[in-house]
Design a protein around this ligand. Structure first.
Ligand SMILES: C[C@H](O)[C@H](C)C(=O)SCCNC(=O)CCNC(=O)[C@H](O)C(C)(C)COP(=O)([O-])OP(=O)([O-])OC[C@H]1O[C@@H](n2cnc3c(N)ncnc32)[C@H](O)[C@@H]1OP(=O)([O-])[O-]
Length: 713
């Protein structure tokens, strides 16, 4: 757990050992205490180096221990003992030094880092704060502005940036361990005055009050309702205004308010859920560890609209060659300029040169004859896509994977156009495709496990979080969005306003309520989807379609040319492109509409908005689980947090349902179904009923129950 050796004559070398990231488990912490004691007590040892096994320093406290009875020596006194040592202790940082790992390094007298290593204090992303002195030591090195930025965002930085911020003392292209050992020898006799960070004053700019006021406003604004960022700012305020010991006390008090909070539990659930989805399994029994991905070197993207451009950028940034195809010369040229610009801007942010040479542009489909994998992102029209798959199947080499970025169309239908349907799989990206981390990998009935594994692996290469999902209309995310949006429209018919519905959802933690989101994505986009589903009857406003309640409000706005932000008018008015303002026109329009349909407006509480919008979405999630479209609740939660703006600190829709209590979700759905019997999405799913009947087990036990019920199907 921590190995000790004496190297280079008189340097004590301590190596943390807890693969894969040398997390500070109880055993590792005990190992550090023992080996530090041994090094400091060894008269032959003049200086000490702490490093991590396998080229990783330390990924922080062991998150798996949270929520359990914590044993082993606490971090704070352990790091304090290192800092107060009378021999120089040097941290050799490779791979990552994150959270408690960086805090351990900050307690050392020197920090030597590899150029490729990353450092950071990501605790806030887990609903916590750096609780081993990070909030008190970091600002003493970097100053308050940088410390506030790093701790409230949890951002990882390069060691080059860390050097500029005085977080590390030296950066090397060679082995950080060898460099640190040499350095440790060179400082063995040097005084440690000034090297103990906690003994330094915390530099305070003259406008420190304004700095914290702005910081507090920013975190309250951006992380709507999240408590950890606020506590991070408060801990940093202590660093600025109190002596170190009192600041540490304050850090401890603030951490105590976070550690057992529901938000911390939700964020830690999310952390592990995002890793669990990589261990995918299909209803056929195919699994991640039994399916070998084929390496992909040459790719192609067909269709260079917004999505195609983002996908091309993402592939090139992952180091893959891309043939970017657009049928017409003019849009091809426009796309080439747009893609080059995106890559140049990305290179400025990420460092390095833009990978422009990885992309070849062509108006000729024949150009893709030799690629390993094609992603089509042409217009969402089933006839066009079917024809394209026929052509691709004839042009591409027989072993090429044919992937579609469709957001809802039937993968099996597209696969049936190909001579090799087993090599067809959905890769559903989310706009902007070069930014959004979510990727739905959609397996059709004939998609081979190799195709799914290859798409999932390619997604990982592109920096995406891939979730393997089944083939149904809307797959997982868009399918769950439907009842959510539908309830929003019904609430307008019954007396709510867009700003009232959005206010309730944004108060819950969504960055954007459903009507503002509809205005952003375009009311015309939604109209085209409904038209494709045969729901739009231009001019009609009858409120029943396919035997169920239907609200034509979106269709009527479309017919009025109110598409949302793009036309300056939608559910809101936009005097400047992005600022949504309530539109008196809409209120009059709703009043006329209600009068025309004999609908009496009533006062609707926020709680009803949340229950009807969120519980119908959750109910659809249970249907998706029951049908095996998603393998587990974690898959759905990752999709909704990463792709649909579900507030991170609430874990995801299924996690939220488990926290609210399944019995409450069931009861409220039954309540609303009685009030609206013509809305089938309010009909509680039988899996929800089964889970309630089996005592509402914790969410990590749902998979077993689902498997059991499916095995009886
Ligand atoms: C006192 C102190 O102030 C506070 C209180 C704290 O310190 S709180 C803790 C703060 N530290 C963090 O927030 C860092 C979290 N980890 C990461 O950011 C990343 O993991 C990584 C380090 C950048 C590596 O990324 P990766 O892409 O190479 O691999 P991976 O797939 O992500 O991870 C590989 C495997 O390692 C597991 N793992 C990673 N970090 C872990 C950790 N800190 N504890 C336990 N397990 C961890 C992870 O679950 C996965 O396991 P499995 O799922 O395969 O079984």
């Amino acid at each position: 757990m921590a190995q000790y050796s004496r190297v280079s004559g008189n340097v004590g070398l301590i190596t943390l050992q807890n693969p894969p990231v040398n997390a500070l488990s109880a055993a590792v912490r005990q190992g550090i205490v023992d080996t530090v004691k041994r090094a400091l007590g060894d008269p032959e040892v003049k200086s000490v180096v702490i490093c991590g096994q396998n080229g990783v320093f330390c990924g922080g406290a062991d998150i798996r221990e949270f929520g359990t009875h914590m044993t082993g020596p606490p971090l704070v006194p352990m790091i304090h003992a290192i800092e107060m040592a009378d021999k120089p202790v040097v941290a050799a940082i490779e791979g990552v030094a994150l959270g408690g790992g960086l805090e351990l390094a900050l307690g050392c007298h020197y920090r030597i880092a590899h150029t490729k290593a990353k450092v950071g204090l990501p605790e806030v992303t887990l609903g916590l704060l750096p609780a081993a002195g990070g909030t008190q030591r970091l600002p003493r090195l970097t100053g308050l502005p940088a410390a506030i930025a790093l701790i409230t965002t949890g951002r990882q930085i390069t060691t080059a940036e860390a050097l500029k911020l005085s977080i590390v003392d030296q950066v090397t292209d060679y082995s950080a361990v060898d460099t640190a050992v040499k350095f440790a020898k060179s400082v063995a006799e040097r005084s440690l005055d000034g090297r103990r960070v906690s003994e330094r004053p915390c530099p305070c700019p003259p406008d420190v009050d304004a700095l914290f006021e702005a910081a507090m406003q920013k975190v309250r604004q951006s992380a709507r309702g999240a408590i950890a960022p606020v506590a991070c700012v408060q801990a940093l305020q202590a660093a600025a205004t109190m002596p170190y010991a009192l600041g540490m006390q304050r850090e401890k008090e603030l951490m105590a308010t976070l550690f057992t909070s529901g938000q911390a539990r939700a964020l830690q659930y999310s952390f592990f859920a995002q890793r669990a989805v990589g261990r995918w399994s299909l209803p056929s029994g195919a699994r991640w560890d039994g399916s070998k991905p084929r390496p992909i070197r040459k790719t192609a993207v067909i269709g260079l609209g917004t999505m195609g451009r983002g996908i091309t950028v993402s592939l090139a940034q992952a180091g893959l060659s891309v043939i970017a195809v657009e049928a017409q010369e003019k849009p091809l040229k426009e796309a080439q300029q747009a893609i080059s610009g995106m890559l140049q801007r990305g290179a400025k942010r990420r460092g390095g040169a833009p990978p422009l040479d990885l992309i070849t542009y062509s108006a000729n489909l024949q150009a893709v004859a030799d690629v390993d994998l094609v992603i089509e992102a042409v217009f969402e029209d089933v006839a066009l896509k079917k024809q394209l798959f026929q052509h691709l199947s004839a042009i591409c080499k027989p072993e090429a994977f044919l992937c579609t970025n469709t957001s809802a169309l039937d993968i099996d239908l597209l696969a049936s156009q190909s001579r090799h349907p087993e090599l067809v799989v959905g890769m559903h990206f989310f706009a902007p495709a070069h930014v959004m981390k979510l990727l739905e990998v959609v397996h059709g009935s004939r998609s081979s496990p190799e195709a799914v594994a290859t798409a999932m692996n390619l997604g990982k290469q592109m920096g995406k979080v891939g979730v393997a999902v089944g083939n149904c209309h809307g797959f997982v995310g868009n399918r769950m969005l439907k009842p959510y949006l539908e309830q929003g429209l019904f609430l307008l018919e019954e007396g709510a306003t867009p700003e009232m519905v959005d206010g309730a959802l944004e108060e819950f933690g969504f960055a954007m309520g459903l009507f503002r989101m509809s205005d952003l994505s375009g009311i015309d986009v939604g109209w085209r989807v409904r038209k494709g589903e045969g729901l739009v009857q231009p001019g009609a406003s009858v409120r029943v379609r396919q035997g169920r309640r239907y609200s034509p409000l979106g269709d009527l706005l479309y017919e009025q040319g109110r598409f949302g932000q793009k036309t300056g008018r939608g559910w809101y008015r936009y005097d400047n492109r992005h600022e949504a303002k309530p539109d008196p026109w809409l209120n009059n329009f709703l009043e006329d509409y209600r009068a025309r349909h004999g609908l009496a407006a009533r006062r609707i509480e926020c709680q009803e908005v949340l229950e009807r919008c969120l519980y119908t979405l959750i109910n659809e999630g249970f249907r998706i689980l029951e049908e095996g479209i998603a393998a587990g609740p974690e898959d759905i939660d990752v999709i909704y947090v990463l792709g649909y703006g579900w507030p991170k600190h609430r874990g995801g829709p299924m996690y939220y349902a488990s926290m609210v209590g399944l019995i409450k979700v069931l009861e409220r759905l039954e309540h609303y179904l009685r009030a609206h019997p013509d809305v089938p999405s309010l009909q509680p799913c039988s899996l929800l009923r089964r889970l309630v009947a089996s005592g509402s087990p914790p969410i990590h036990k749902w998979r077993k129950i689902i498997k059991k019920t499916q095995s009886h199907l």
